[in-house]
Design a binder for this molecule. Structure first.
Ligand code: BES
Ligand code: MN
Ligand code: ZN
Length: 487
C-alpha cells in the first residue's frame, strides 16, 4: 500500500469522517453539491448516525471524478484519540481493499491524526500470500494508493516517520510468524536477522559450538532433539552514544512439538508461532533502526526447535545452565523458559544492561488468565513495569501486570537439582516467570511479557489485525524505549 499525504487529491474513493450526529462534514460539501445532494440524501435515508466505525457507501454519478464516497462514522470528536484515527484508516482498507478501485483519499483535520490513519491503513493492508499459487485477480486486493488529505501534509509526513517504522516492525514480526516451520527454522531465522544489517543493525550469530563453550546447556538441551542447529542471534542498534544498553530478549522456538512430553495433535500447527517473542524483538529492532532511535538497544533471540527424538532431552534429565544453576527437566514441553534462562543470563553478563525485557509465548495458562486481550506483564522493577504500561495507549498493545513472590518461587523446588522446570498446576504463568527471574540478578531491572494469548488471536479482531499473527510487540517496545530512554 502506497501511503501519501497531500493537501488535496483526486481518488477513486473519497472517504470522509462524519461526527456522531451525522451532519455532513465541510470536506464533503463540494462533493455533495456536485452529486446533486447524494450525500445529504444518504445521511437522511440510511441508518447512519456517525457512530464510530459505521460506514455508508455512496456511488457517485459520472459528472463527479470520484467513483464512490465512503462516509465513515467518527463518533464524538471529543472522544477521538490517535487510536480512533488508526481504526478509521484500518476499517476503510478492510472495506475497500477488494472493492476493485485503486485509490482512496481520506480527509482528516490534523497532521498527527493523518499519520495515525495512515498507520492503521498500513496495518490493515498486510497480507501473507507467499504460498498461494492459484489466487485469481479478484481474490487479490487492488487498492494500491492510500492518500490522507490534510492541510499540513509535510507535518503529517514527519509524524508518520516513527509510526511507519513501527508498523514495518509489526509486519516483519507477522511475516516471520506466518512462515511455515519447514522454511523458518533456527538457521534461516538467524539469516533473516543477519539481513537486518542492511538497515543499520550490527548482527552477530552464535551457533552450537560457541554456545557450548559458553556453557548454555539449558538452551542447547531443548534443541538437541532437532536436526536443526540451535542459534543465538544478537542484533545491536547503537543510537545512544556511550550509555548502557537496554536488552530485548525473545523466545524463538521455531516449532514446539512439546518434545518427549509430546503435545496433543489437534492444533499443533499453531506452534510454528512459538517464536513470537523472537519475532517481536526482531520487529522492534527494525522499528528502532528505521526511526533512528536515540538509544542503545540489543535484541537477543534464542532460536531452537523442540522435537521428540532418540537424542531429545527426557523428563528427569538434569541440565546445567550458563549461570551454573542446574535444572531438572520434569516436562520437556516447558522448554521456552529453558531457552530464555541462558539468553537472559548472557544478556546480563555480556552487556551490563540498564534493563532487560523478555517476550515469550511462554504459557497456555496466560491464555486462560487474560485471553487474547492483554499480554501478561511480570517485573522486579516498578519503574520499568510502569514504562511498559505507559506505552500501551500509544501503541495499542495491552498488558496486565501479575504478581511475583517467594511462595510461588518455592514451587520450583526439585529433589535432585537447583530447580525443576515446572511448578505444578497452580499459577502456571507466574511460576514460569519465577523460573526466568532466577536467571536475572536482583539489581537488574527486568520485565517479562507472556504473549502466548496475544501473538495470535481468536475472536473479535480489529481491522488492523488482519492476518493470523498479530505482530504484537514492536510497537509497544519502540514506544516504551522512546518514552523512557530517549531524551
Ligand atoms: N509454547 C507453549 C505455550 C503456548 C501455549 C503458547 C499455547 C501459545 C499458545 C509452551 O512451551 C508450553 O508448552 N507451555 C506449557 C508449560 C507446562 C508444560 C508447564 C503449557 O503452557 O502447557
Ligand atoms: Mn512447550
Ligand atoms: Zn513453547
Amino acid at each position: 500500500m502506497k501511503i501519501s499525504f497531500k493537501s488535496s487529491a483526486n481518488a477513486d474513493i473519497q472517504a470522509m469522517i462524519v461526527d456522531d450526529g451525522a451532519s455532513l462534514p465541510d470536506a464533503a460539501k463540494a462533493l455533495d453539491e456536485a452529486s446533486g445532494g447524494l450525500l445529504t440524501e444518504a445521511l437522511a435515508a440510511e441508518r447512519f448516525t456517525g457512530k464510530l466505525g459505521q460506514q455508508a457507501i455512496v456511488v457517485m454519478p459520472k459528472s463527479v471524478e470520484a467513483r464512490r464516497v465512503v462516509l465513515i462514522g467518527g463518533g464524538k470528536p471529543a472522544d477521538r484519540k490517535p487510536a480512533t484515527y488508526e481504526r478509521i484508516g484500518a476499517e476503510l482498507v478492510k472495506s475497500q481493499a477488494m472493492s476493485g478501485f485503486k485509490s482512496l483519499a481520506l480527509s482528516v483535520d490534523a497532521p498527527e491524526h493523518a499519520a495515525s490513519a495512515a498507520a492503521g491503513a498500513k496495518l490493515a493492508a498486510y497480507r501473507f500470500d507467499t504460498y498461494f499459487t492459484k489466487l485469481k485477480d479478484d481474490q487479490k486486493p487492488n487498492l494500491t494508493d492510500f492518500t490522507v488529505i490534510t492541510e499540513e501534509a509535510s507535518a503529517a509526513e514527519d509524524a508518520f516517520v516513527p509510526l511507519d517504522a513501527e508498523t514495518a516492525g509489526t509486519c516483519l514480526a507477522r511475516d516471520l510468524m506466518n512462515e511455515p516451520p519447514n522454511v523458518l527454522y533456527p538457521e534461516s531465522f538467524a539469516a533473516r536477522a543477519k539481513a537486518l544489517e542492511a538497515e543499520g543493525l550490527e548482527v552477530e550469530i552464535l551457533g552450537e559450538e560457541k554456545m557450548k563453550a559458553l556453557g548454555m546447556g539449558s538452551l542447547l538441551g531443548v534443541g538437541q532433539g532437532s536436526i536443526r542447529e540451535s542459534q543465538l542471534a544478537i542484533m545491536k542498534w547503537n543510537g545512544g552514544g556511550s550509555e548502557d544498553p537496554v536488552c530485548l530478549v525473545g523466545k524463538g522456538v521455531c516449532f514446539d512439538t512439546g518434545g518427549i512430553s509430546l503435545k496433543p495433535g489437534a492444533g499443533m500447527e499453531d506452534m510454528k508461532g512459538d517464536m513470537g517473542g523472537a519475532a517481536a524483538v526482531t520487529g522492534a529492532m527494525l522499528a528502532l533502526a528505521r526511526r533512528k532511535a536515540k538509544a542503545n538497544v540489543i535484541g537477543l533471540i534464542g532460536l531452537v526447535e523442540n522435537m521428540p527424538d532418540g537424542n531429545a532431552i527426557r523428563p528427569g534429565d538434569i541440565l546445567t545452565s550458563a549461570s551454573g544453576q542446574t535444572i531438572e527437566v520434569q516436562n520437556t514441553d516447558a522448554e521456552g523458559r529453558l531457552v530464555l534462562a541462558d539468553v537472559l543470563w548472557y544478556a546480563q553478563e555480556h552487556f551490563k544492561p540498564r534493563a532487560i525485557v523478555d517476550l515469550a509465548t511462554l504459557t497456555g495458562a496466560i491464555v486462560i488468565s487474560l485471553g487474547h486481550e492483554h499480554a501478561g506483564l511480570f517485573s522486579n522493577n516498578d519503574e520499568l513495569a510502569g514504562a511498559i504500561e505507559g506505552a500501551v495507549e500509544a501503541s495499542g498493545e495491552k498488558v496486565w501486570r501479575l504478581p511475583l513472590g517467594e511462595a510461588y518461587d518455592g514451587l520450583l523446588k526439585s529433589k535432585f537439582a537447583d530447580m525443576r522446570n515446572i511448578g505444578g498446576r497452580a499459577a502456571g504463568s507466574i511460576t514460569a516467570a519465577q523460573f526466568l527471574q532466577r536467571f536475572v540478578n536482583k539489581d537488574v531491572a527486568w520485565a517479562h511479557l507472556d504473549i502466548a494469548g496475544v501473538a495470535w488471536r481468536e475472536g473479535n479482531k480489529p481491522a488492523s489485525d488482519p492476518s493470523w499473527p498479530s505482530g504484537f510487540g514492536p510497537r509497544l517496545l519502540s514506544r516504551m524505549i522512546a518514552e523512557k530512554y530517549e531524551g
